[in-house]
Design a protein around this ligand. Structure first.
Ligand code: KIV
Length: 276
């Protein structure tokens, strides 16, 4: 599909999302939808539901693997999750996170790590930071690996930031955020995640950029939104305050597991219809 066709086809009707569709969506004022996915079945479900981008996030560490934060997640874990998500994704663009310790030392380290995710099926990678990772963004973009940047609260810096905190609350830090956003755009990033940023600051950054912004806890003024799927679908008891729960999967799974256990204990499952 050429650039002109991209501009005229509504995003929901695009059979396979590619980078030009994201730029066209921003130009047309169409909101982008992104959810995390860490396995094949959720990727397939979200893809069929029309989610535009699937993020194999290193939030897998907290959401799925019982870790306290994203820091322990390994590249091997991200590679196997990415391969599973890529199987389930037909229309959605698959973006995979570079975990902590796999890109910070320089462009070569970032390229070698990103190449593993691309070989596993990612169409783009995401990593955290602004001007300090501009050289990594530049090399990857020039080498054919699209990069989504990530600013605001950057979970891999949780220790340095003193916990999970809203970023850009005062004029000086909002200014640094804007400068970092312009730096990642200039380096070649195709989109930018803004996490835990005041809505007015996120709106200002969004207006200053040509590339789309995707917010999480950053208000409605971004070009798109992303949520961790387990928060969005109500799988866990707790979710951050900015999350709206669009389902109650915890209740649905509890009900299914309880019904199964009751039937096994009563000897009513398996019945003849479910036996050979
Ligand atoms: O890992 C992740 O899920 C993320 C989102 C919070 C944007 O980076």
């Amino acid at each position: 599909m050429g650039r002109l066709e991209c501009m005229s086809t509504p995003l929901a009707e695009v059979p396979k999302l590619r980078l030009p569709h994201l730029a066209a969506a921003k130009a047309a004022g169409e909101k982008l939808t992104m959810l995390t996915a860490y396995d094949r079945p959720t990727a397939e479900i979200f893809d069929l539901a029309g989610i535009d981008l699937l993020l194999v996030g290193d939030s897998m560490g907290n959401a799925m693997l019982g870790m306290d934060n994203t820091l322990p997640v390994t590249l091997d874990q991200m590679v196997s999750a990415t391969a599973a998500v890529a199987v389930g994704a037909r229309r959605a663009l698959v973006v995979a996170d570079l975990p902590f310790g796999t890109y910070e030392t320089g462009p070569e380290q970032a390229f070698l790590s990103a190449a593993r995710l691309v070989k596993a099926g990612a169409q783009a990678v995401k990593f955290e930071g602004g001007a300090r990772v501009a050289a990594q963004i530049r090399l990857l973009s020039q080498s054919g690996i699209p990069v989504m940047a990530h600013l605001g609260f950057t979970p891999q810096s949780i220790n340095a930031l003193g916990g999970t905190r809203v970023q850009g609350k005062d004029d000086a830090s909002a200014e640094v955020l804007l400068r970092d956003a312009l730096a990642v755009q200039e380096a070649g990033a195709f989109a930018l995640v803004l996490e835990l940023v005041p809505a007015d600051v996120a709106e200002r950054v969004t207006a200053a950029l040509e590339i789309p912004t995707i917010g999480i806890g950053a208000g409605a003024g971004c070009d798109g939104q992303v949520l961790v799927w387990t928060d969005m679908a109500g799988l866990d008891e707790w979710a951050p305050s900015f999350v709206k729960r669009f389902g109650d999967l915890r209740a649905a799974l509890t009900e299914a597991a309880s019904a199964y256990a009751a039937e096994v204990r009563a000897g009513t499952y398996p019945d003849p219809a479910h036996s050979f």
